[in-house]
Ligand binder design. Structure first.
Ligand SMILES: [Zn+2]
Length: 126
């Protein structure tokens, strides 16, 4: 159940399947190559596998669906917007310690380059 819930929460299973099928049937979508779309599809497949593995471990250890849903909503609302996404957070600048807005390559105040931070644990391979 819960893998389906997570996928449905993120984009809806039917919508995801239709988008992949539609994208694969045309040579490019607004400049995005089919190779990029296939790569994204493979990344989604790995994410689904990782999510299924994590949920099976959690269920074996007594986690409930209600706990999962509550945690998803907690993480989703961390940026004060319930939108079904984990939104990037500002990064502390190593030069002046102010917060640098997500997506910027350098601090907006002192110009220090922002170091990319890999996602923790198994997510860095997705
Ligand atoms: Zn700075």
């Amino acid at each position: 159940m819960s893998v389906g819930f997570l996928l449905g929460y993120a984009m809806g299973e039917g919508a995801a399947a239709r988008a992949v099928q539609r994208a694969a049937s045309i040579p490019s979508v607004s400049g995005v190559s089919t190779g990029t779309i296939e790569d994204l599809s493979e990344r989604i497949d790995r994410l689904v596998l990782l999510t299924a593995a994590m949920w099976s471990i959690l269920e074996e250890n007594g986690a409930t669906e209600a706990e999962l849903i509550a945690r998803v909503e907690e993480l989703d609302s961390a940026d004060a917007v319930l939108d079904g996404k984990l939104t990037a957070k500002p990064t502390p600048c190593s030069g002046c310690d102010t917060l640098v807005a997500p997506g910027l390559a350098a601090c907006q105040y002192c110009g220090e380059a922002v170091r990319a931070v890999d996602p923790p644990g198994p997510f860095h391979t997705i």
